[in-house]
Structures are given as structure tokens and as C-alpha cells.
Design a protein around this ligand. Structure first.
Ligand code: GLU
Length: 332
């Protein structure tokens, strides 16, 4: 009995000390943050590492000017969108990059997340557009989705955004896995090499433009990106706010001899309501105060516009730390 009282009191004291110190203490507990990205040849990896770089720069400048935040950041390569969402939910990652379709489904408990909504998911901002690409090997004769029948098609690794979006497209076309000769589960890093080595005929990939991984296949072994603009994609775009038609412009890669029309999503930067307000505020601030440099770090970031980044393609509520910064700037 006595033991119980003591430990209850101890708990109360610890809780009091923690909550009593407020956000300052919460911030101090969260010096190291991790950002989930995607494969090392993808654009998410650049996003995550660019953000870490800006956070470290803000820290260095802060030390000179007496405005310390003390946050250190790492952005490891991961399996992609849905992996990042799952790890943020577990508290294993603090932030992540995820496709806008999977942000929507995770928050609303739809599609892959049916019966499993992640209500603490929070949006921070959106980043670059990500067209969904079907990349086909030279000499495979694949010109449309229907031609993938009987072919060796990479549907992507579980946890990647493209795996989910490919499954949505398969359902929309009424295509089953068994309709392909084989459905491989290669990662974004493996797929271009497999295509160039003749091990697969095509792969699906949701990624920013241009992308080093895609160019390994297009510029390296004459692979082509095909159009996806039939009634099936039109229906998907009409029914879902997180999809839009997108163009991969002529000349983007060696084999892009005409504009490619496909559908796509946006890359978004997400976190959890459990990540402290001060941490999200500092990360948001570091990004927007250094946006000119961010834009220069990858051609896909060239058109980043704060007014659009804070509202486009976000379906989970904004994190309070992001809102604090946007209000300070008069953007909200
Ligand atoms: N959209 C991909 C995914 O969600 C990642 C693309 C990239 O790494 O840039 O997994």
C-alpha cells in the first residue's frame, strides 16, 4: 500500500516537473530529430537532407546571434511514403515525406488505411509535384497500361508510395497481379538497373521531375515514359482531390521526345501531433527562412511558393508549430 503511494507520488512529481517546465523542457528532450525519406536516388532523400541542412544552418546562425534551438537532424533513406507514415505513428521517426494521396488516406482511414486512421497525423507543408511514371524498357513494345499484361512489371517495394498508387491503378483498370508475367517488388534504387539489365520490362514510380534514378533508365538504356491519360485516369483525377493530371515536359530526359501526360500527386512534409510545437516551429522556420537556398538544391524545388506550400495538397490538419510560424509571417 505504502509502496503504491510512494510510486504514485514519484510519478506525479515527474509529471509535474515535465509539464511544469512547459515547451522549453519538451524542446530540450527533442534535440535529435529524424526525417523519413525514400530511396537514395529519389527526390525525397534530397528533401530530407536539404531540410536537415537548413536546420543545422539555422542552428549555426542562431549560435552567433544568441537564438539557439539546438536541434540536430538526420534524414536516412527509407522504404518511402507509407513506411514513413507508419514510423511517425510509432514515434520512430519525427518527420517524413509522403505522397499527398497517402497523407489523405492515412488521416481519413481510407484505402490501405481502412479501419486504421492515424488521427494524430499532421501536415507541415507540401513540396514538389510527383507525376506517376510508367517507365518501359527499350524494345518491350509497351505503349499503354493494357500492354503491361503478360510482362515483367515492378510494382514497387511495400512501404513505397508508388506501390500503393500502382495498386490503386491496378484496381481502377481491373488488373490482377497474375495478369503480369511477374510482379516484382524492387525498391526505387534497384528498379532502373533491373530494367537496363533486362530483368524487368517496366516499372511504376511516383517521383519528382527530373530524377536521377529515372535517368539511369531513360538516358542510360533508352527506356521511355508512357502516357497515362485514358478515361481510367480521368475518373481517378475527377473523383479524388489529391490527384491531378501532370506533364513531364519534352526534353526532360534523352528519350522524352514529346510531352508525357500522366496523373500525379504532391510530395508533402508530415509529422505527428506528438512532436513538440517548438520543434516543429523551428523546423518550419528553418525551411522558410532559407527557401531561396532550398529551391536551388534540386530542380524539382525551383517553383516552391510559400503561399501554396502551406495549403496545397494537405489533408491532415497543420501542426500547431507550423501554424505558429505561418501566423507570425502573416500567411494565415
Ligand atoms: N513517391 C515515392 C514514395 O512515396 C518516393 C519518391 C522519392 O523518393 O522521391 O515512396
Amino acid at each position: 500500500m505504502r509502496k503504491l503511494t510512494v510510486s504514485t507520488l514519484a510519478l506525479a512529481l515527474v509529471a509535474g516537473a515535465f509539464f511544469g517546465a512547459g515547451t522549453q523542457s519538451a524542446q530540450a528532450q527533442k534535440k535529435f530529430i529524424s526525417i523519413g525519406t525514400g530511396g537514395p536516388t529519389g527526390v525525397y532523400f534530397v528533401v530530407g537532407n536539404a531540410i536537415c541542412r537548413m536546420i543545422h544552418r539555422a542552428a549555426a546562425e542562431g549560435r552567433k546571434k544568441g537564438r539557439k534551438h539546438g536541434i540536430r537532424c538526420a534524414a536516412p533513406s527509407t522504404g518511402g511514403s507509407t513506411y514513413n507514415i507508419g514510423q511517425i505513428r510509432q514515434g520512430e521517426l519525427d518527420f517524413g515525406v509522403a505522397q499527398s494521396d497517402w497523407q489523405y488516406h492515412a488521416y481519413n482511414g481510407t484505402s490501405k488505411f481502412k479501419g486504421n486512421a492515424f488521427k494524430k497525423l499532421r501536415a507541415v507543408f507540401s513540396v514538389h509535384p510527383e507525376p506517376y511514371h510508367i517507365i518501359v524498357g527499350k524494345g518491350t513494345g509497351i505503349k499503354s497500361w493494357a500492354d503491361l499484361k503478360g510482362k515483367r512489371f515492378n510494382i514497387g517495394n511495400p512501404g513505397s508510395g508508388q506501390r500503393g498508387t500502382t495498386e490503386v491503378l491496378m484496381a481502377a483498370y481491373g488488373t490482377k497481379k497474375s495478369d503480369f508475367k511477374i510482379a516484382t517488388e524492387l525498391t526505387s534504387t534497384e528498379q532502373s538497373k533491373a530494367l537496363c539489365d533486362g530483368k524487368i520490362d517496366a516499372y511504376g514510380y511516383t517521383v519528382g521531375v527530373p530524377n536521377a534514378g529515372v535517368s539511369i533508365a531513360t538516358d542510360g538504356c533508352d527506356a521511355k515514359i508512357i502516357n497515362l491519360n485514358t478515361g481510367v485516369e480521368k475518373k481517378l483525377v475527377d473523383a479524388n482531390a489529391f490527384y491531378a493530371f501532370a506533364t513531364i515536359p519534352k526534353g526532360t530526359y534523352k528519350t522524352t521526345d514529346a510531352d508525357v501526360t500522366t496523373f500525379g500527386v504532391m510530395a508533402t512534409f508530415i509529422t505527428s501531433a506528438d512532436v513538440p510545437t517548438d520543434v516543429v516551429y523551428e523546423v518550419t522556420r528553418a525551411v522558410f527562412e532559407n527557401l531561396d537556398d532550398f529551391r536551388k538544391l534540386h530542380p524539382a524545388f525551383k517553383n516552391l511558393d510559400p503561399k501554396l506550400m502551406i495549403k496545397n495538397a494537405l489533408s491532415a490538419p497543420l501542426h500547431a508549430g507550423a501554424v505558429k510560424y505561418y501566423k507570425e509571417k502573416g500567411w494565415m
